[in-house]
Design a protein around this ligand. Structure first.
Ligand SMILES: Nc1ncnc2c1ncn2[C@@H]1O[C@H](COP(=O)(O)OP(=O)(O)OP(=O)(O)O)[C@@H](O)[C@H]1O
Length: 966
């Protein structure tokens, strides 16, 4: 039938229709208000049911829509709960403690003692749990309790009651008691099950209309459930877990409404159809009968009376026929209306059943929701624990790294920090060779030709990724700056392929700002900051040299006249702190702004050139040498530290850098000196006796930093692009070798004033003696510190004056040794343990083993100093021979001449007149930290900034720096 046909729709299509009509509102649901609304609806439903069951609610007239508080208050005594439970399940609570009669006028519970109503509530809760219904806590009835749990419980009780009233037998099972495996899946399955069971129940009924309503005729149960599940799943797939219950609840309500509407419509259409059927059947009978009678009448030859009686008869007949037709129609109508009545009742029962299912599903959903919330909160706690553990682990790693660094420092290893340059504008950045990096490890990926990637991990003291800021990179370097002021020699140098970011790390980009300033600027800023903090204890003198090694020539970058810049300076040794110093300008500086001015000048003067790899490639190794001398204001002792800040020229493959002409020559020198550096590193790491420092100016300059007792840090730089993979790997391998070089424990360059004086006297005398040995002329020697006492006349190697002089030297040496010994006793045992040199002792004041050992140490140190001194003399003489062109002017020589000439008794004049004497004078002068060569004030070196304003002066001066970055 058409009416039925139009009503034919499957459960899926109903759900789909609902989603189409309300999908948007289901999706765009304002969940918070929706939840509140939902909660209020459920509360109202529970309150209405309680009112219906026990006639009153909480002993007073509550509004139809009680607030949470009113609802709780109404149930607090447990009387309503117990009474309703007894109605649903007689005898469930045998004894209900009732409130006194006057309690009707006051809120429920107020007239009962706490214990009394607690007993009611407890009895109720026990029974409810026994029945397998969702329960709640007694505290939920108090202010702030969870009223939703009470509502869940009451609605579950309601559905239990409905089930009972619908003739339910056996044990009623509440679906929410099973533990879900996966909340969402289970929820979807559960709801699909609810629909399915409803579907199957209905299909088993004999009513065709129900079947047609659910579309069972055309759809198999399994298909239906499958498509229903997929529809529901589609709806829920992008929803949050906690929103699912509400969305499903909302959808189910809408589905129910839709069903009810369709049933009503179908009912009305059925009624109309039945009536139409009855009337049309009667009319049809009539139409069939009347023509038949009329045709019989036409054929008869009888009179009018007969005709009339015939007519009457016909009328009668017609009447009877109509009557009988009407009766028939009436009977049909009645039977159809009975059938409809039956159908309607059936529908109503089914609707009721569906409602029960819906209630159970809602309770189920709420139960699941609660469980979900509990699980989420458990998970949260678990996560919190894990986060805590992870933080602990990170701390541990950090601690490990510190310990590792400490061990390395104790062993005297060269520290190595690795820095990855970011991709530059214009570089294809889709593929990088850097796989992963963490605090101290970096993994390089090499894409193999055969499709399989290989990985190699390198470990350093620290690894900085491409996004590391300058300040971050410097922060791990800061402790070294303090060390310089404590009297250590420190060397920080940048190594890496051309264009990998060495100059960026050491100086910064072309346009240097507070943020982009590199290690050099920051180091000097810190140095002045700390020296300012210590000014009440130690007075520091700081002076700076800036040189470059270009094509194996040392050039002074602080020379303001172009000619001096090109002058090939020599590298000499300063025996106070054992470092090799070039003969370039040494400029005293008093503040950061002085230094910034100098560094800007140095950058400007440095050789740069454009190559295919870097359009501003440094074609030289540059070195900022910071000499620090601190005088202890109380003891007068001196500490001396020197810091080398070295920006090496980048190694390059000339085929890639496309260097020709000058660039090619530069590249060859750069590569040669870097390979000399590699040889030194390799021989140090193999602990070879001979280390080839002299193979290049670079290794001569860094001799003490690489093999002495300095603290050395290397920044190794790599570029991320695959094109540089070969260089990256070899750079990192080299860096690993460097990190294995043990320099031994760093030593402080500290002399007490007495020791210093004695050492100076000894060295002066030794110089004089050596001079005497090599000179047969008649000279007078005098010691500037004590001219009366240390005066001797030279009259040849066998003269009495010479032997007197020798006696004096020995006496000073003895005094010096015993002074050093007594000083050394107060040194910490660390020194005793770490110095393992074994030269024969010069002498010992007593036989005590400690003193002997001590003397050994002292003598070793002293001997080492002397030996070093003589070695150095030898070295430098050799070096001079190798590097000095006798026609070349020698700036340091000139300076020293003026100092020497001021010595009393003509010694200076004597030495000045001799070439050999000049060398000795050099040797002597090298013993002062700052040999006062051509001390120049740089044109823009005078700073308006006080040391206190070091930080701000950096920024201000940086902005004033000359345009060129290099
Ligand atoms: N960490 C970084 N962040 C941003 N830019 C960087 C970084 N490191 C390097 N660069 C940029 O990369 C380019 C090459 O860097 P830089 O000149 O410092 O390399 P280099 O190793 O000193 O090269 P060379 O050995 O040829 O002198 C420059 O333009 C520089 O500004």
């Amino acid at each position: 039938m058409e009416a039925e046909g139009t009503m034919q729709s499957s459960l899926v299509s109903v759900v789909e229709d609902v989603l189409q009509q309300h999908g948007k509102s289901l999706n765009d649901i304002d969940l918070a208000s929706r939840k509140a609304h939902e909660a209020a609806l459920r509360r109202n439903e529970a309150a209405a049911w309680l009112r219906k069951m026990v006639g009153f609610f909480g002993g007073r007239d509550l509004p139809d829509q009680p607030s949470e508080e009113e609802f709780r208050l109404g149930l607090r005594s447990g009387i309503v709960l117990c009474n309703v439970l007894n109605k649903v399940k007689p005898g469930a609570v045998p004894k209900v403690v009732e409130a006194p009669a006057d309690s009707i006028v006051v809120p429920d519970g107020a007239a009962l003692s706490v214990f009394q109503y607690f007993e009611n509530v407890r009895n109720f809760l026990v029974s409810v749990e026994e029945m397998g219904l969702p329960s709640f806590e007694a505290s939920d009835l108090e202010k702030g309790g969870k009223s939703s749990r009470i509502v869940d419980c009451i609605l579950a009780l309601k559905s239990y009651c409905n089930w009972k009233q619908a003739g339910g037998s056996g044990s009623w099972k509440f679906g929410g008691n099973q533990k879900p495996t996966s909340l969402t899946k289970q929820f979807i399955r559960r709801n699909a099950d609810l629909f399915t069971s409803s579907l199957l129940r209905n299909s088993s009924a004999e009513e065709r209309s129900i079947d047609s309503l659910l579309g069972e005729e055309s759809t198999s149960g399994d298909d239906e459930v499958g498509s229903l599940t997929s529809v529901v799943r589609e709806l829920l797939q992008d929803k949050k877990q906690e929103d699912i219950p509400i969305i499903v609840g909302s959808m189910l309500s809408k589905v129910m409404e839709e069903f009810e509407q369709r049933l009503t419509l179908q009912k009305e259409q059925s009624k109309t159809t039945s009536k139409d059927m009855a009337i049309s059947d009667s009319a049809k009978s009539l139409v069939e009968v009347v023509p038949h009678i009329v045709s019989n009448e036409d054929k008869s030859p009888t009179s009018k009376g007969v005709a009339a009686s015939k007519e009457e008869a016909v009328e009668t007949l017609r009447g009877e026929k109509l009557c009988s037709d009407k009766d028939e129609a009436h009977i049909t109508l009645k039977s159809q209306s009975d059938r409809l009545q039956m159908l309607t009742e059936k529908y109503q029962r089914d609707i009721q059943e569906l409602k029960n299912i819906l209630d159970a599903a809602k309770a189920d959903v709420h139960f699941l929701k609660r469980q979900y919330q509990e699980e989420v909160s458990n998970l949260g706690e678990h996560l919190h624990g894990l986060t805590h553990a992870a933080q602990g682990y990170k701390k541990l790693l950090e601690e490990n790294r510190k310990l590792y660094n400490l061990v390395q420092d104790l062993k005297g290893n060269i520290r190595v920090y690795c820095r990855v340059r970011p991709f530059l504008p214009g570089e294809a950045n889709s593929v990088t060779t850097v796989g992963s990096l963490d605090d101290g490890n970096i993994t390089i990926i090499s894409p193999s030709k055969y499709g399989k990637k290989s990985r190699k991990t390198f470990t350093f003291n620290k690894v900085f990724g491409s996004s590391a800021a300058q300040v971050e990179v410097f922060s791990d370097t800061q402790p070294l700056i303090r060390s310089v002021l404590d009297g250590y020699n420190v060397c920080i140098f940048a190594y890496g392929q051309t264009g990998s970011g060495k100059t960026y790390t050491m100086s910064g980009p072309n346009d240097i700002t507070d943020e982009s300033a590199g290690v050099n600027y920051r180091a000097l800023g810190d140095l002045f900051l700390i020296s300012e903090q210590r000014k009440d204890l130690i007075a520091y003198d700081v002076s700076v040299q800036i040189i470059e090694i270009y094509n194996e020539q040392v050039r002074d970058l602080l020379a303001t006249d172009g000619s001096n810049k090109r002058y090939p300076f020599k590298i000499r040794n300063n025996s106070h702190n054992g470092i090799n110093v070039p003969d370039a300008n040494i400029v005293p500086v008093a503040s950061t702004s002085d230094v910034i001015g100098l560094m800007n000048l140095g950058n400007k003067n440095r050789a740069i050139g454009s190559t295919a790899m870097n359009d501003r490639s440094s074609r030289s190794h540059s070195c900022v040498m910071v000499h620090v001398q601190g005088r202890d204001l109380t003891s007068g002792s001196l500490i001396r530290g020197c810091m080398h800040l070295v920006d090496l020229a980048g190694s390059e493959r000339v085929d890639k850098s496309e260097a020709v002409g000058d660039r090619l020559k530069e590249a060859q020198h750069i590569n040669k000196s870097l390979s000399a550096l590699g040889d030194v590193i390799s021989s140090l790491s193999q602990k070879n006796a001979h280390v080839p420092y002299r193979n290049s100016k670079l290794t001569q300059l860094l001799q003490d930093s690489l093999g002495g007792h300095a603290k050395t840090l290397m920044f190794v730089h790599i570029s991320p692009e695959p094109d540089s993979l070969g260089e990256t790997i070899s750079t990192l391998k080299f860096a690993e070798r460097v990190s294995n070089v043990e320099l031994g424990t760093a030593k402080v360059n500290k002399d007490s004033s007495e020791v210093r004086e004695l050492k100076e006297q000894i060295s002066t005398l030794k110089v004089a003696l050596a001079r005497k040995d090599g000179d047969s002329g008649h000279h007078q020697y005098s010691i500037s510190k004590n001219p009366e006492r240390f005066r001797a006349k030279s009259s040849g190697s066998t003269s009495p004056s010479r032997s007197r002089c020798m006696d004096e030297v020995e006496s000073i040496e003895d005094r010096s040794n015993s002074t050093i010994l007594s000083k050394t006793r107060s040194l910490d045992s660390h020194y005793l343990l770490t110095n393992s040199q074994s030269s024969p002792p010069i002498g010992s004041p007593n036989d005590d083993w400690v003193d002997k050992a001590m003397m050994n140490k002292v003598n070793n140190r002293w001997g080492e100093d002397n030996r070093q001194s003589s070695e150095i003399f030898g070295d430098i003489d050799d070096l001079d021979a190798a590097t000095t062109d006798s026609s070349e002017p020698d700036s340091i020589l000139q300076t020293n001449l003026s100092r020497i000439s001021s010595l009393p008794n003509g010694l200076g004049t004597e030495m000045k007149s001799k070439k050999t004497g000049l060398k000795l004078a050099n040797g002597q002068d090298r013993r002062s930290l700052i040999p006062t060569p051509t001390k120049k004030r740089i044109p823009n070196g005078t700073s308006p900034f006080s040391q206190k304003a070091v930080k701000s002066s950096i920024s201000l001066d940086l902005k004033r720096k000359p345009g060129s970055g290099k």
